[in-house]
Every structure is written in structure tokens, then in C-alpha cells.
Design a protein. Sequence first.
Length: 432
Amino acid sequence: MSADEIIDQLQSLTVQDSKVDVTDGHGFSTCYVYDEGMKKHENIFDKSHPEVPDRISRIYDKCQEYGLLRKCKRLPSRVATDEELLIMHSQDHINKMRATQTMKNRELSKYADSLDSIYLHPSTFESAKLAAGCTLAVIEEVASGKSLNGIGIVRPPGHHGFHDVCSGFCIFNNVAIAAKKVQSYSHIDRILIVDWDVHHGNGTQALFYDDPSILYYSIHRYDHGNFYPCMEDANYDKVGKGAGEGYNINVPWNKTRMGDGDYLAAFHHILLPVAYEFNPDLVIVSAGFDSARGDPKGLCNVTPEGFAHLTKPLMNLANGRIAVILEGGYNLSSNAESMASCLRILLGEPCPPLEEVAIPCQSALESIHNTLKSHSKYWKSLRLPAFMNENDQKDNNIELEKQVEKKSTISTKKAKPRVQHARPTNEHTLKS
């Protein structure tokens, strides 16, 4: 075959011809999971509560309306087993949630009142197990290579779920469970979790705070500690501890109406440089759309087009292995439009133009500067003079000198597998 003939054949290929078939022979590279069973969890005491069953059905219906789901592989839903829940949660917590199945309404109300921002229903336990199981289904599918990417239309959400207690509308930490489980796969070592929910994922942070194999990046409203969950743990100086120091990145916003330009600036100046240096084997997005325009709780201004631009660059990491899992989002329309926008990008559509010029506000620049200052000591990709003033550079040089001195006095220990990949420059890696 001549060179001209080869060129003619390449030029005649359709998009469908060129799509990589990584699933069942039908050319699907994107998967999704959805189950009406998750709608059984509802607030029977307060019908005005924002975490409603229709959060997921509206997303499903919108993606159907746009013809997106017919281009995807639908995964069978499943519940998480006790063994899987125990990956991240205590037996006591699981037992307490299971006991709610037989409680009377008064008991449910009393127990829920003892928790932080939680409502309970006799079906809560089963719905929560289904949400965790469906999250596992998507992330296992992507991690195994059967699908290139996927979305999880799940509820109740999970990123406020701690080891031994639920909070913030979350029962079990869906993403954390699945992330830790797929690390048992031989080719999945490092995982990047990107959390753009408007609330800080305090549960996810706590579960991985000393784990150097999970890079957790959260961009959220903080309002100087006055926005839920109202904890200093959400601030920029909480960077991880022990072996995990440097692997926890918080970008805390301190005002409302943060929009596309603010989020994109935080991605391009912090997340993406660090992500390339970290070199993850899998990317998971804790996709809370309460940061979307019109959300009554988040009061931010990220557009559906903005979420597309946040999703697109993440697909360049981890050989394209990315799973987008629903967290919060309480405006039913913007919630559905935003997830549909992310799914379009996963399916290979180009990013739509943004409504306005993406220029970050002064408050965003201050937050980005603070996070850069806190993490430049751990990540070489953040040591850029353009983003540091003279005092910051001096502090950074002093810190680097300390690390060099420490390295010269610490004996070499057995290196971890795959240590040749990029790691932050912190005490843990110096000892490796």
C-alpha cells in the first residue's frame, strides 16, 4: 500500500471508526451507572430539604434528553458488601446504619438530630450501600481498563463521610472506598482525587491525610472558617501529615460568586502542575455541582461550560482513566446541565466556549497564592518565581536548605515500589 493510499484511508475514518473499543465490542469507551433504588432515601420530616431524590433522576433524564447515554455503556448496579464498606469505615458505624432499617420515625429523628447535618429513613442504609456499590462499579470498570472513563449518578453523597461517623448528608464515603479498593490492582498505585464540591470534603481528607499514594485536591468555599463544615482543616495550610505531608491540597475561597475564571486559575496554577508531577494511575472527581451557577447553598457561579473546561485537562492524566462521581448539587437544573456537560467531554466532544473572559478575581488570586506558598516546598512544579514574592522565595530557599541538610544526615532506607515516579520533596521521600 502506497503512502498516498494510507493517507486516503486515514482521512476517510469516521469518529466511530477511530474510537477505541475497550468494552463489549460496541465501541463504547465511556460507562455510567444509575439506579432508582437510591431515590428511596428521602427526608420524611422536612420536604424542603435540598438533598432530594430527584437530584439523580434529573441528571439521568437530562443526559437521556441530549442523547448522551446511548453512547455509553450502562453498568449493572450493585450494593457494596460489608467487607467493602470496612475498607474505610468501622464495623460500629456500619452496624449503627444497619439498625436504622427497623427504627420507628421518632427514633430515626432522634438519632439523626444527634448527628451533623444528617437525615435518616428506613431505606437509608440500603440506598447508601447502593451508592457505594455503584461508585465501586464505575471506578472498578475504569481502573480495570474495561472502559476508558465513566460517571456515577449516585446519592447519598459521600465526601463528608468519616471512618466512624456520617455527616453533611453523607452516609458512607463512596469515593474513598472505591479508591482504596482499586489500589489492590497491580497497575493502580497513585490516585488523584479532585473535589470541586463547594464544601470541603473533610471526610475524604481525614481518611487519606497520612497516605502518600492518594493526592487529594479540594477547591471549596471556606469564608475564613465560617462556611460548612466550618473547620480549620479546610484551610490552605492543612497539607497532610507524616508520609502524607504534601499530598493534601486545599484551595479555600473566602467569598461568594466564584466563577469559571477563579476555578480555572486554581486548576492551571496549582492542580495541573502538581498532577503531572504526581503522575497518577487513576483520576477520580468528587463532582459536587453546588459550586454551579444558581445553586442555593453554594452561591458560586461556575457554568456548565466551566465544568467542561475543568474536566478536559484531567483526561490527559492517567492515560485517560477518569471517573466522575456525583457528590453535592442542589439546584436540579444546574446540577443536571453540569453533569451532562462533563459527560459530553468524556465522550470526546470539544469544550464549548466560555460565556465570559475567564479572569480570576483578587480574592481568588490571594487564595491561590496562599496555597502555592504552602505547597511549593513539596512540589518542584510550583517553585515558580512569578508566583512568589521576595519573602516567599527566601522562605522557600530556607526550607530547601533544611531539606538538603536533613537528606545528608539520614541513612538510606528501602525504597518503595515505583519510587522512580515523581513524588513531593518532603521528609518522607527523602528517607526513601
